[in-house]
Design a protein around this ligand. Structure first.
Ligand code: SAM
Length: 283
């Protein structure tokens, strides 16, 4: 297959030219690694398995690589970008390449967004790697319209997001993501398709929203016991939860009441078990 000559997508030459024109020097602190491979962009859009014209939320559109891919495929896009130069330039880039595209650009920190226009049902993003997990968790919590997602993150973070209980990489991100969604791996992406080239592999993660576990505890309470359990992940829960419960004996009592062995470690508990444990937090 060859690239369509009429493609709106950005290749290496276009990315360099746009960056030079805008005076952009990609910064590590904002996780600015821009995609410059049209085949990877099409693959991401395809892998997102979106419905026809499904409205999409994109976090960190950057120079517009993935935004153009989504718009070219007919999806309305709301794009949240923290960098004012990039957010300011995006409408012009898009107008020149996908005329009449349905694009809304918000200049905002995705970690502080509480609403977006257009009730997007899918999150599709090449996320800023240093804040990828908090961004995903925050958006799933504040935007109930989001039903699914395909996000690109550092491969190591992808492993953590999808890890099942009992695995080496299971931890706080795995449990908290599982509160909102089923997360599965959806492929790998090599460093060579980015400019500048990052020193890590990237991974795609598919998210499918599901109901949280049925529990009388609220999310904040459940996440508090998750944080406590993994703060000392090598310890038994009886020891690790002593601070959370007030004492090792109180932790043991709560664990027994929740039907969990006090000798278990946090890395073996499902999100449902953490929820049950939160219900038994001593007064
Ligand atoms: N989507 C583009 C692409 O694939 O080429 C750029 C992806 S780049 C990995 C991450 C983008 O997220 C950058 O444009 C960066 O400025 C932006 N960003 C970083 N932190 C952000 C935040 N807290 N909220 C919104 N955007 C952010």
């Amino acid at each position: 297959m060859t690239d369509r000559p009429t493609s709106a997508l950005l290749g290496p030459a276009e990315i360099r030219a746009l960056a030079a024109q805008l005076g952009i020097r990609p910064t590590k602190s904002l996780g600015q690694n821009f995609l410059h491979d049209p085949n990877t962009i099409r693959r991401i859009v395809r892998t997102a398995s979106l419905a026809d014209r499904e409205p999409v939320l994109e976090v960190g559109p950057g120079l517009g690589s993935l935004t153009l891919g989504l718009l070219e495929a007919g999806h309305p896009v709301v794009a949240v970008e923290i960098d004012p130069v990039l957010s300011g330039a995006l409408p012009g880039t898009v107008a020149a390449r996908v005329p009449a595209a349905a694009l809304d650009v918000l200049r905002a920190d995705a970690l502080r967004v509480t609403e977006v226009p257009g009730a997007p049902s899918a999150l599709v993003a090449n996320l800023p790697y240093n804040v990828a997990v908090p961004v995903v968790l925050h958006l799933l919590s504040v935007l109930p319209s989001l039903q699914r997602g395909l996000v690109m993150v550092q491969a190591e973070v992808a492993e953590r997001l999808v890890a099942p209980p009992g695995s080496r990489t299971y931890g706080v991100p795995s449990v908290k993501a599982a509160w909102y969604a089923a997360a599965t791996r959806a492929g790998s992406v090599p460093p060579s398709v980015f400019w500048p080239v990052p020193n890590v592999e990237s991974g795609l993660v598919r998210l499918v929203r599901r109901d949280p576990p049925t529990t009388t505890a609220d999310r904040r309470e459940v996440f508090a016991v998750v944080d406590a359990a993994f703060a000392q992940r090598r310890k038994t829960l009886r020891a690790a939860l002593a601070g959370w419960a007030g004492s090792p004996a109180a932790a043991e009592q709560a664990l027994r009441a929740a039907g969990i062995s006090p000798q278990a470690r946090g890395e073996t508990l499902t999100v449902g078990e953490f929820a049950r444990l939160a219900e038994h937090k001593p007064g």
